[in-house]
Design a protein around this ligand. Sequence first.
Ligand SMILES: [Mn+2]
Length: 451
Amino acid sequence: MKRLSRKLTLALAALFWIAALLYFILLNSRKILPDQRNEQPQVKEISDAEWDDLLEEFEEKSYLNAHRWKPGQDPYSLYAFNQRESERIPSNRALRDTRHYRCTTLHYDPDLPSTTIVITFHNEARSTLLRTVRSVLNRTPVHLIHEIILVDDFSEDPNDCLLLTKLPKVKCLRNKRREGLIRSRVRGAEAAGAGILTFLDSHCEVNKDWLPPLLQRVKEDPTCVASPVIDIINMDTFAYVAASSDLQGGFDWSLHFKWEQLSAEKRAMRADPTEPIKTPIIAGGLFVIDRSWFNRLGKYDTAMDIWGGENFEISFRVWMCGGSLEIIPCSRVGHVFRKKHPYIFPEGNANTYIKNTRRTAEVWMDEFKLFYYSARPAARGKSYGEQELRKSLKCKSFKWYLDNSSGVIRQRQNCLESRIVKGQDLPVLTLAPCSITKDVPAANQVQNYLA
Ligand SMILES: [Mn+2]
């Protein structure tokens, strides 16, 4: 018996040692794990059920109630759109799928890269800001959203932004003073963790499958900047209305953006309505861009203030420095279009717009800046920026841009005439009625750039 129990004790001791050894081996291998995790992006994603729970947990009512419209108030006074109506509409309302039916048959790569969505705002209505974020969370495949970065440009209530970080993937950055759209976007872009940036306005609603077609295009060609078709959210009723997908961006010489019908020629060439549309300029609020390409281009012109003009600057920059701009018809995002700005420009609306557009004209438009000054004489005498960046990027001329970005520039019904005057280096430019006879342009008019 004694022998047996001794054998048993020995066996148990041996077993104990083996167990202890195994325990230490396991412990050590666990210690390595966190490092490995750092090297590789986490693959595990939130399940649909967990995702729904996270969305449900957000206390939407108390978020909205804090700044609700009160009976007797003018519902337009704070935001220049109907605040009462916006609050009446649920944050997760159903939208009509406004795409061409052929879009639903398209397939996108299963391994599309994820994106950081940057949304900047200043005193945005909570209802529209929340609907922007929720529409993104509801209508985007989870794995394609790396994060949503809200950049609060010094709004009165920091909680407008901070409370939204309870929603999954949402982060909030707050400026210490008013910086304007451009510097806020750059701040968001610099904090982004994904290789692709998606800029959105703060009063939008994304529609079904809005993101994959944009990511697909930028993945295929990282120098391509992709925009959705921008549907209209009515500022009075908040009805979601489909916009025409036969439009491209355009502008006049005073650098005012406008939508232009595609030319008959361009429309005839479009056999497939799902094909991207090259555009000389983007509206500026919503687009997807490869982050390295954005950085290589020098991001935005951060000397620009508040709002306006930045869409010209980035559009000229992209085209002239080797990229292109496209509208992707199978991506639809609604936007509340307003008649005026709800916020104050510290230096005045017109002054800021002139300062920003003059910087654009001086840096990018070469001799064509004379057209700009002729259309906007008040811009003379304003300060503007350096041209260093453009030189270092070795970008093409503005003439090349006009010839190759498939755009037209219209100045109402007038053409710009250039006359060579003896003793002057630059031609003298004047606006005059177009003297076109049967497609034969008058020799002294800059005919190519008119409708
Ligand atoms: Mn907007």
